[in-house]
Design a protein around this ligand. Sequence first.
Ligand code: SAH
Length: 414
Amino acid sequence: MDKNETTKICSASKKCGGCRYLGISYKEQLRKKQKYTEGLLGGYGKVLDIEGMDEPYYYRNKVHHALGRDKKGNVISGSYEESTHKIVPTDTCLLEDKVSGEIIRTVRKLLTSFKIQIFNEKSGYGLVRHVLVRRGFATGEVMVVLIAVSPVFPSKNNFVKALRKEHPEIKTVILNVNDRFTSMVLGKRNITLYGDGYISDILCGRRFRISPSSFYQINPVQTKKLYETAIEYAGLTGNETVIDAYCGIGTIGLCASDRAAHVIGVELNKDAVKDAIINSKENKISNARFYPGDAGEFMTGMAAKGDRADVVFMDPPRSGSTKEFMDAMIKMSPDRIVYISCNPATQADDLQYLTKHGYKVRKIKPFDLFPWTEHVETCCLLERFRNAKDHVTFTLDMEDYYRIKDAEADKEKR
Ligand code: SAH
């Protein structure tokens, strides 16, 4: 498909609202995201060119559909119409992995033939609420999660058998119990109906185990570029102590581990931390440790003990980081901070704080992880300046910057 094609028609587009940029050429989408990033972060330095996709379609490795019935009683699935709980029936989506889409169609068919009740939010009756499919693009392994209000799933073994018969690539099937009525799709309890309860994928040459509730980047093609840039910005030589804050299943830290002395990861989601620990073992990485907990509290604890880090990778959620986290990090005074963000608006606030406390922004690069939507991901490099001489203009390229630093060091030696 041609990425410059102006319009891609989608039958659900009027109601779905997922693709806000539908009807805008991909080139124009990238230009808009570049401008948006420049508007928010341009005050800190030159924003490098956004990294777009060659094939900006079917990139989502995680597909979630809410389940319901239409007026005729047929099982339908899709995303919710904006600000409602009305399902927009979707069969083909420009963003979703095609294999996962086919599996969801089969799930719908089997729910009908097995006469399994779809949960009705109005009446409170029924069983199954959502279906979520995750596929490792590199391994082809598939996880199917059926989200239901009760742990009792009739004919579960036969249901799984029938599903796997049509899709042998399914490696695990999980029943997730969610009887709460919040915006969270997944509940806390996972019951493995088939397989090991997780799938694996390969990213940047490492194998990662992914549990149903763990965060894993949804666009692996772009994630690889993002991580490679982040690791390049970290300027590792093999001697550094590196912190991977908000580490998820440990992907960034583990990908950087062979260029660092030690990696310390911290993450709130306990399942993700378990995955990270197993991931380090499975990749035979012995210099990485992962800890469960709030990143701010963890850093405060480290700073209080007088622990140091040379480089901090930080990849907070959309709300951004916290003053507690940043104060502790400033106290630990890492030479470099590589700040990855899924929300440049909150990142801008955090950069303002960090640049007032001894750091200078050296690089800003946007990445398009979510084509056809308004989202933009950014990777920023900040450096600590130790003295006035280090306070060179931020528009300099890193190479120029180091060339100047080396020249200054040479002069001092002479
Ligand atoms: N770096 C990872 C995950 C980034 S998403 C990757 O690239 O895959 C942000 C992560 O921050 C999520 O895994 C989320 O569970 C975690 N998180 C959210 N709030 C947190 C907090 N207060 N302390 C530590 N981790 C947190």
